[in-house]
Structures are given as structure tokens and as C-alpha cells.
Design a protein around this ligand. Structure first.
Ligand SMILES: C[S@@+](CC[C@H](N)C(=O)[O-])C[C@H]1O[C@@H](n2cnc3c(N)ncnc32)[C@H](O)[C@@H]1O
Length: 327
């Protein structure tokens, strides 16, 4: 996946003239702060260079994770046509771009972001996009959020890892109260990210939300450590991205995990593919999280005709359109 062309060009203009050595150094600091999940009271994106490093090295990956998560919602909620977005911890506005790419119905977006530089850069980038009314508010997402209006779509992407774990459940409860229709929370696809998503998932179930994706059920998560639920999306790396990261390969696989919950029932899926499918001659093995709340390895063979043809097209992260019976 790549950034939309308009966003890519806007990012290129913003990065123009930034010395590569400075970008590389800032990208290194950013990456080590994220990797170590440092919570020292300082925002990771607290200066212009850090936000530029984010644009060059992280935005394409978080965009891909968010866009794919939203697509999973759109697939199972074809009736959902959000007009309003409330995005918390917006950074440079990643979700705005992904959501407006997913839903052309989007008209208004409110962003809550603590970093003044991230707000400024997000607003600058958003000048090039079609959403009529995009506002950027200074604010702390761990506050009571009572000044905010409800929105059709509420989002929190790659933010929980910067928050005190003890505050997650309360924050998710507040976000759910602000959700007219659907709430989507995205996190890095690490065991720690998954654990935070499990906390969010439980809070949403307790508050009566209907899970849309990726879970095909609201039973306790059947995945047990050392395994963890996550997905991956391949992301194209620009030349600058490669240089800033000192990387040779023109792509990277972004691992992510998410939870989407709604006030309305979706179409539901029979199961979700939770690992890369394994293909052998005339046979495919799919690891599925099933609607009955269990994980199962399903072997589908060529003898199963249509079921095999469907199974052959499935990828890691896909919802299965039918219950793939045993061979
Ligand atoms: C990793 S960035 C994610 C940006 C964007 N949502 C994305 O997915 O690319 C996390 C953002 O959350 C913001 N943030 C962290 N803690 C916050 C808080 N307590 N209140 C408001 N914003 C916060 C940071 O400043 C940063 O811009």
C-alpha cells in the first residue's frame, strides 16, 4: 500500500530542504522511543523535526494499518456512511486521510492532539484534501473529553501505547460514549499492543458495544500467549524513507492490531484468517478465529471445489465469507 498521491506530494513539499542527516537522527530517536514504549511525560512528536521524521518513516505504515482496519469495517458494515469523524491523538492527521479515502461521505473532522507542531503540520497537510471542515483542537485525550461532540466515526490510532495502561479502560469508555456509530482503535501489532486492544475490547463488550472486526465473536479471546493476535500490511518505502531509516529494501511489513465496535449489527463474518495461509499442492491450511469463539486450523482441499476456490483467495486478516468446513 502507498499513501494517496495528494498526501505523498504534500509530505514531500513539507520535507523538502530538511537535511538528511538531521532526519536520520530524529528518525532514530523516534524509533527507539516508540520501541521502548517510553512514557516520560514528553510527547514523542514534540518538535518539528520529530514530526518530519514521523512523516518520512512512520506515516506510510500507520496509514496502511488504519486504512486496512477501516476497510475491514466497510466490508462488514456496507451501510455505514460516516459524515463526522472524531480522531484522538491525531498526529499529522493519518486517520483523516485514511477515513476520507474509505468513505467519500465524510464532511467534518475534529482532531484532538496534544502536540502543537503535530497539529500545525496536520492542518497544513489537510489543506490539500477534500473534507470540507477539518478542525484541530489542543487537548489531552486522558482528560474528561466533555467538550467534544459525538461523531459517527471515532478513532484512536497508535495512541494507547503512549498512555498509562491503567487509564485505557476509562478512556475507551469515554470514546464509546462519544461514538454515534463506530469506534476503531488501532495499535502496533506487538504482544503489548494486543494486550491493550484486549483491555479496550473488554471495556467495549462491558459497555454493550457490538464487535465488528476483527473478532467474529464476543467470547473471550481464544488466542493465548506466547501467540498474539495481529495482522500485517506491506508498505512501499519512498527513497527518503529508506535513506532516513538506513534501509535497503523498498518495502516493509507493518504489523498492527485493531478493534472496531459499533452500535449497529454488521453483516458478521463466519471467521477471520489470523495467520498467513499455508498452501501445499491441492491443499490450503488456514488458521481461523471462528464465530464460535475458538481458534481452528482448517484444511481445505481441492476436492471441496467452490470452498477451495474461496479459500485460495483468502489472505491473512481477511474475513471468511462462509464457514469453511473440514475436508
Ligand atoms: C504515534 S502518534 C499517532 C498519530 C496518528 N494517530 C497515526 O496513527 O499516525 C501518537 C499521537 O498521539 C498524541 N498523543 C499522545 N498522548 C496524547 C494525549 N494524552 N493527548 C493528546 N494527544 C496525545 C501524540 O502527540 C502523537 O501525535
Amino acid at each position: 500500500m502507498e499513501l494517496p498521491a495528494v498526501l505523498r506530494q504534500a509530505v514531500d513539499r513539507l520535507l523538502e530542504g530538511t537535511p538528511l542527516a538531521e532526519l536520520e537522527r530524529a528518525a532514530g530517536i523516534l524509533s527507539s522511543r516508540y520501541r521502548a514504549e517510553i512514557r516520560d511525560g514528553r510527547l514523542h512528536l514534540d518538535d518539528r523535526l520529530a514530526v518530519k521524521a514521523y512523516l518520512a518513516t512512520r506515516l506510510p505504515a500507520t496509514y496502511a494499518a488504519v486504512r486496512t482496519s477501516l476497510e475491514s469495517v466497510a466490508e462488514l458494515r456496507p451501510d455505514f456512511a460516516p459524515r463526522t469523524l472524531l480522531d484522538l491523538g491525531s498526529g499529522p492527521g493519518t486517520v483523516l486521510w485514511a477515513a476520507s479515502d474509505c468513505w467519500a461521505t465524510l464532511r467534518e473532522a475534529v482532531h484532538v492532539e496534544a502536540s502543537p507542531v503535530a497539529r500545525d503540520i496536520g492542518a497544513t497537510l489537510a489543506r490539500d484534501m477534500a473534507v470540507a471542515d477539518a478542525r484541530w483542537l489542543a487537548g489531552d485525550v486522558t482528560g474528561n473529553l466533555t467538550n467534544l461532540a459525538k461523531a459517527d466515526l471515532v478513532t484512536l490510532s497508535y495512541v494507547l501505547d503512549e498512555i498509562d495502561p491503567k487509564a485505557i479502560s476509562l478512556l475507551v469508555g469515554r470514546l464509546w460514549a462519544l461514538t454515534e456509530d463506530t469506534l476503531v482503535i488501532v495499535e502496533p501489532g506487538t504482544p503489548a499492543g494486543w494486550s491493550r486492544i484486549l483491555t479496550a475490547r473488554q471495556r467495549l463488550i462491558d459497555d454493550g458495544a457490538r464487535l465488528v472486526a476483527p473478532c467474529p465473536h464476543a467470547s473471550p479471546c481464544p488466542i493465548a500467549a506466547p501467540d498474539w493476535c495481529h495482522f500485517a500490511r506491506r508498505v512501499a518505502r519512498s527513497r527518503l524513507h529508506r535513506l532516513a531509516k538506513g534501509a535497503d529494501v523498498p518495502w516493509e511489513d507493518e504489523k498492527y492490531v485493531f478493534i472496531a465496535a459499533s452500535r449497529h449489527a454488521g453483516e458478521g463474518s463466519a471467521a477471520r484468517v489470523i495467520a498467513p495461509p499455508r498452501a501445499a499442492k491441492g491443499m490450503i491450511t488456514l488458521k481461523l478465529c471462528c464465530g464460535d469463539g475458538h481458534v481452528a486450523d482448517r484444511i481445505v482441499t481441492k476436492r471441496q471445489g467452490d470452498v477451495f476456490r474461496t479459500a485460495r483467495r483468502l489472505e491473512w486478516g481477511d474475513a471468511t465469507p462462509m464457514d469453511l468446513g473440514e475436508a
